[in-house]
Design a protein around this ligand. Structure first.
Ligand code: G3I
Length: 361
């Protein structure tokens, strides 16, 4: 992922990474408590980096392609689908006994140009339904869970139900969500179906509002027998857990559990933009502590069944990519993930692993 120069790729795993293989890995610890430990990976970077492959294969029980199953990546034109990259990741997960997660079928982001350019003339209902049927059909029986709809709530867009005014919403109204989930269940009855969103982690009024709107939407879906199995908490959080996060999130996942749904932590990373000191040891400790407190809360609820970080190593993270560069510290790459750029496990790794150990069952 372009952005900062982290130097040449590691030619072998550092001894610290060797020491956390096998029974010391994230997945081994998570599995004891029936939780899946996983990560998002950029597929082409994985293919080009055998040491990264070794690290990933050993640490995780589930992977998700960071971008390669998005509509823009998989559907170059109305009638053409290209599964090359995601098929390669599926083969990799099978080879190493891992599961694969699907991200994402219906989203306002990564919509191809051909959809945007012809949105007034295309039958977008048909485009969406065919998309779900074709993509889920291609992977039928092979994907643990799909993010069927991603990030559909955005109160600031002004809709009375808080719906984000996406290309799909504008064409079909709020019903597009029910239709997407019903189509998904039919296309692959064995896949878990999830609604995935960000901005629900903090005790701020705008996030409390978002939690209320998501819960209201899902309650309505359940009342109408729309199939849904889980809610994804993306968890792009920031260093410093403190009073600003806790109560609202706890109540949110309790409410999800009461509806009989699972919770997946889908895109966890810790942005250290607010950290003013440069000392790496102190920064790593602060990031680790944030992971620990967040996961302790999430994993104290038995509804939480999977924890995936959004990336593996600081070498490749959207937070160090073109759009993610820190505004406050543009010359300081973020140390936001469990492994550093040389694949050495950082305090964040041990904080995540310890959180799995303390999961209540
Ligand atoms: O592959 C092209 C490359 O050829 C080109 O030179 C470069 C220049 O712009 O762009 C590259 O594609 C970029 C792609 O990431 C791969 O790096 C896209 O522009 C860029 O938009 C894309 O960003 C991704 C973003 O979603 C939008 O799809 C990030 O990697 C990815 O981490 C991010 O992930 C999202 C989740 O899907 C949903 N939740 C939030 C999360 C973080 O934003």
């Amino acid at each position: 992922m372009p952005g900062y120069d982290f130097g040449p790729l590691p030619t072998k795993l550092p001894p610290e990474a060797e020491a956390v293989k096998g029974k010391n890995s994230l997945q081994a610890h998570a599995a004891k408590f029936k939780v899946l430990a996983g990560a998002a990976v950029p597929v082409r970077a994985l293919q080009a980096d055998p040491v990264f492959q070794e690290l990933v294969a050993d640490q995780y029980g589930i992977l998700v392609p960071e971008n390669e199953l998005k509509m823009v990546a998989i559907r170059p034109s109305l009638d053409k689908f290209d599964f090359t990259a995601s098929d390669a990741l599926l083969a990799f997960t099978k080879q190493h006994g891992m599961k694969l997660r699907g991200h994402t079928l219906v989203w306002h982001g990564s919509v191809p140009q051909w959809v945007r350019q012809q949105s007034s003339t295309l039958d977008l209902r048909k485009v969406m339904v065919e998309h779900i049927q074709t993509v889920m059909g291609h992977y039928k029986g092979q994907i643990q869970a799909w993010d069927v709809v991603n990030e559909a709530i955005l109160p600031s867009d002004g809709d009375p139900n808080g719906m984000r005014k996406t290309v799909w919403f504008n064409a079909m109204g709020p019903e597009y969500i029910d239709l997407a989930f019903r189509t998904a269940r039919e296309a692959d009855p064995n896949a878990k179906l999830s609604y995935n969103d960000y901005g629900v982690e903090y005790d701020k009024e705008d996030q409390a509002e978002k939690r209320r709107l998501i819960l209201a939407m899902v309650r309505k879906m359940k009342a109408a027998n729309v199939p849904i199995d889980a809610i994804g908490v993306q968890a792009h959080i920031r260093v410093g857990f403190n009073q600003s996060m806790g109560t609202g999130l706890k109540e949110y996942i309790d409410a999800i559990r009461q509806m009989g749904l699972d919770v997946y932590v889908t895109e966890l990373d810790v942005n250290e933009d607010d950290v003013t000191y440069d000392d790496v040891g102190k920064r790593d400790a602060a990031v680790a502590e944030t992971y620990r407190q967040f996961l302790t809360l999430m994993l104290s609820n038995p509804a939480t069944k999977a924890v995936l970080t959004w990336g593996v190593s600081d070498r490749r993270t959207w937070l160090n990519g073109f759009n993610g560069h820190s505004q406050k510290f543009p010359n300081r790459p973020q140390r936001c993930l469990p492994f550093d750029a040389a694949y050495k496990p950082k305090p964040a790794f041990f904080a995540i692993r310890d959180s799995f150990d303390h999961k209540k069952i």
